[in-house]
Ligand binder design. Structure first.
Ligand code: NAP
Length: 261
């Protein structure tokens, strides 16, 4: 029987890449979504065409009860064959330390930090008695946590806590569940960015080329399949974290390129 992975925010953008990478590698995929229901359904049909099983589950991750309902729905379908959870979904709202709104900050902490902690806890409970199964949780971070600037303040705060939680949760959920992370750099147009700004910003890294979402997805799959790794983060960002920036890259791309000449 094949293993199942739950990918949060799995219908579009990086989540879709991750869902497809697992499906191509022989996993069944539970694709979580919030608004992208049609995209999730179409992706799951594509996954079924590959000969894998798939499931669409919709839930608001800022709501604990809805997370619980999501978990019950997924595990009723997969049982203990749920071997991996990828915490990819995230809320990305603009603010700074001087103007952050507490309700926006709380939503981002709920979706980006507490939902991954809950799913990890339930994964450990699911596998509490299973000695031979390799179960694991993978968090999707952001290179920002290794290259701080004050833009997207509460988002960064939530990802910083998630980055610190990788080792803490790995210690806490061992030996039944491994916990790892990937930290991508800029992959997709986000926030108020224009296509032109994105085209330039996506090359503002040591390798001077856009970061491949497929490579990020393959790194997630590698962590899922390598049962010797826990408490580790792989930075998949073309070295973006090694170029300090005073603001988010979208706001300083011209200065960054001037400095890189
Ligand atoms: N984009 C980048 O360049 C970049 C750079 C560095 C790190 N990352 C990280 O990589 C991951 C994927 O990035 P992305 O840009 O592909 O993600 P994204 O488009 O910003 O968000 C992924 C999905 O998260 C879901 N989501 C957001 N808030 C939710 C909530 N409250 N409840 C349930 N679902 C929610 C949405 O699903 P629906 O569409 O179904 O509503 C959304 O499509 C994120 O963790 C992000 O922080 C991204």
């Amino acid at each position: 029987m094949s293993s199942w992975v739950l990918v949060t925010g799995g219908a579009v953008r990086l989540g879709r890449e991750i869902s497809l990478a697992f499906a191509h590698a022989g996993w069944n995929v539970a694709c979580h979504c919030l608004e992208s229901v049609a995209a999730a359904q179409s992706l799951c049909a594509q996954i079924k065409d590959l000969g894998r099983d798939s499931l669409v589950v919709q839930a608001q991750l800022t709501d604990e009860a809805d997370c619980r309902r999501l978990w019950n729905e997924v595990t009723q379908h997969t049982g203990q064959q749920l071997h991996c959870v990828v915490n990819n979904a995230s809320l990305f709202l603009p603010d700074r330390g001087t103007d952050f709104d507490e309700s926006h900050a709380m939503s981002q902490l709920q979706a980006n930090l507490l939902a991954p902690m809950r799913l990890g806890k339930w994964m450990a409970q699911l596998h509490a008695d299973s000695k031979s199964i390799d179960a694991n949780v993978i968090h999707v971070l952001d290179q920002k946590v290794f290259n701080l600037n004050p833009d997207y303040f509460s988002y960064t705060l939530s990802k910083l806590a998630l980055e610190r939680a990788v080792s803490l949760q790995a210690q806490s959920l061992a030996p039944r569940v491994r916990v790892n992370a990937v930290a991508p750099g800029l992959m997709y147009l986000s926030g108020p960015q224009s296509a032109d700004n994105f085209a330039r910003a996506s090359r503002a890294n040591l390798l001077r080329k856009p970061i491949s979402p497929a490579n990020v997805a393959q790194s997630v799959l590698f962590l899922a399949n390598n049962n010797s790794i826990t408490g580790t983060c792989i930075r998949v960002d073309n070295g973006q974290h090694l170029i300090p920036m005073e603001r988010d890259v979208m706001f300083v791309v011209d200065e960054v390129f001037k400095d890189m000449q």
